[in-house]
Design a protein around this ligand. Structure first.
Ligand code: 6PG
Length: 249
């Protein structure tokens, strides 16, 4: 029997970074409304980085935010910096400030990755996070949102970093991250690809070469991790003009 391949990635180009955030915010709210009309709950993996919070802030300004039944939404993270609760560098803290703290969400709907105040090591945190995901239907996400670094990293999977090699779990502890802080917890390729929709949200000229390499046919995820994540139903690249500037028309 032949294996069903995920559809090819599609690229949407917006005029500037703010438009990417606005489009991502609108798309998130519409997808939640749509998903909740078909299923009991919606499972979303949020992202850190600058656009991760800009998108949530944009969603918060939209009138659609009040049309989402937030009591049925579960929020996760594609990766987290191994820092204590409330640390301003945690993706969770930044996302909370951007929107989450203003939404009617119960604590058990926000699935934060444990930091050093709740787990002794990144490995213990990764194991606890994997157990939480498996308890929620094995970690099948409706949406996984991802930023991308100029080196092509996604979540905390970095080019040629040994953490990439782990394929038998859905969460991995990452040490010696080239982007600070050095200790992190990340979904693996396997974990990130358990998603109906994967959205890459990328802006800025410094990202243009990596966008090009990630979308090139035959791109190797060992060198360009962004090439290794595909959604089961759709993979969308939401880019600004600068990030798209090295793609052929
Ligand atoms: C993190 C990330 C990381 C981020 C990219 C893009 O915690 O640092 O989740 O993968 O999304 O580095 O970040 P920017 O959008 O800020 O460039």
């Amino acid at each position: 029997m032949s294996q069903v391949r995920p559809p090819a990635p599609r690229v949407l180009v917006h005029p500037d970074k703010q438009s990417v955030a606005d489009a991502g915010g609108a798309r998130l709210l519409l997808t939640l409304i749509d998903t909740l009309s078909l299923r009991d709950t919606a499972q979303v993996a949020l992202t850190g980085g600058s656009l991760g919070s800009d998108i949530l802030a944009a969603a918060g300004r939209s009138p659609l935010v009040d049309l989402v039944d937030w009591s049925r939404v579960h929020l996760w993270w594609g990766d987290e910096r191994f820092l204590p609760d409330g640390d301003p560098e945690r993706n969770e803290t930044q996302n909370r400030q951007a929107l989450l703290d203003r939404l009617p969400l119960a604590p058990d709907q926000i699935h934060a990755v444990p930091g050093p105040d709740r787990a002794e090591t990144p490995e213990a945190s990764a194991a606890a996070y994997e157990a939480a995901l498996r308890a929620h239907g094995g970690g099948l996400f409706d949406v996984v949102m991802l930023g991308m670094g100029s080196d092509g990293h996604v979540a905390s999977l970095f080019p040629q970093h040994p953490a990439q090699r782990l394929t038998d779990t859905i969460v991995v502890a990452v040490h010696d991250s080239p982007k600070p802080p050095p200790d992190r917890v990340s979904l693996t390729f396997e974990g990130l690809s358990r998603a109906r929709h994967v959205w890459f949200l990328v802006a800025g000229a410094d990202k243009a070469p990596a966008v090009c390499r990630a979308l090139a046919p035959g791109a190797d995820r060992w060198d360009v991790p962004a090439a290794g994540v595909k959604g089961l139903d759709a993979t969308l690249w939401l880019l600004d003009v600068e990030a798209a500037s090295e793609l052929s028309p």
